[in-house]
Design a protein around this ligand. Structure first.
Ligand SMILES: [Zn+2]
Length: 139
């Protein structure tokens, strides 16, 4: 196994900019001038036996002294190689959704709003646990 090589990616930057432009829910990223770096890694990353396709990192304050970005999005090339353009676009959207801002303006990583098993989502849909607040009182 060879060492990981990580490089800035012009293609991913263009994809990221296009996804931000096309998604109204991401418009604030551009309006707030959030700085995002895009990189491609040669690593076939896995975690707990799952394939990691991409990740979004917040650049820590110390590193911001050296790196002109607030966030870095990295795609793991061996893991996304077989993805088509649409899948890469959705993956980019996913990573961009991890970019968040607190009420006080501090940037942060947004965690996923859903965590579940695939079999549950396949069988019951992702809103299986939604409750209708209006019906809570009973009659
Ligand atoms: Zn994620």
């Amino acid at each position: 196994m060879s060492a990981e090589v990580c490089e800035k990616s012009k293609e991913l930057r263009e994809l990221g900019r296009r996804v931000i432009r096309d998604r109204p829910d991401l418009a604030w990223i551009r309006e707030s001038r959030v700085r995002i770096g895009y990189a491609m890694s040669s690593k076939d990353k896995t975690k707990d036996d799952r394939i990691i396709f991409a990740e979004c990192y917040k650049v820590k304050p110390l590193w911001q002294a050296f790196i002109p970005y607030d966030f870095v999005i990295v795609f793991y090339e061996p893991n996304v190689m077989m993805m088509d353009d649409r899948q890469r676009e959705i993956l980019m959207y996913h990573e961009l959704l991890h970019i968040g801002m607190e009420d006080n303006g501090y940037l942060k990583i947004r965690p996923h709003d859903i965590e579940d098993f695939k079999v549950i989502l396949d069988e019951y849909g992702m809103d299986w646990n939604a409750v209708e607040v209006g019906d809570m009182r009973g009659s």
